[in-house]
Write a new protein. Sequence first.
Length: 259
Amino acid sequence: MHTHDFHEIAIVYSGKGVHLTQQGSYEIQAGDILSIKPGQLHGFKKIDNLVIMNLLVRPSFFTEDPLGLSQVAGFSSLFAPELKQNSTIAHVRMNQLQLFEVRAIIESIQQEIMTQQSGYVPQSVALFMQLIVFVLRVNSNKDFSSSSSKNSAAMLIKHIEKNFRKTITMTDLVEISGLSESSILRTFKRITGYPPFVYQNRIRMFAAINELISTEKDITQIALDTGFSDSNYFSRSFKKFMKMTPTEYRTNFANSEDK
């Protein structure tokens, strides 16, 4: 349990755990957003593959409020800096599609910061404002941002996640969703941040990482078990993804566990 002097927005990307607060504890899972104000005591336990994206915000960002965020419904409970004694930590639960949209916005922010092209600071702030407004709208309307094309894209996302080890073609995706190829590419990338088959490859990589650290399988077997037909291609792809070979990753992880 700890406190801090900044505003923390914690977005659960995957896994699950228990969030501890002064008012009690509750389970959290993928899609949950916690808005932790300065001075609020909290912590985590019973962590099971929990992956959280933490956004740390200066309290003055919400206090000064130059663009009128405070006028948006739900702002007071989620982001207003005033903290009443023993106040409850705000908690918003998103569905999978909404989580993909939030992740896409955050990855755009990360891309701006990494590339530092002209105007990256105001662009990053604009994207962050977009994120905050999106969360406020979800908080006010649990079905916000639902449409037929997005529902079709969500269906495709679930299909790829369930069948990531298999060979999936664009023809398969068109038949499943009823969307055109161009609509699939456009909608899928906007929601997840990636084209369909790049997204499938990322899922395979995360599955391979889990195999590397939790099993003693050889690299060829891991490649086959995660959908790669060629261990050499798997190793090249893994190095591009993680900046090290599968063997190096396994060794580094083992060494860190021994420390």
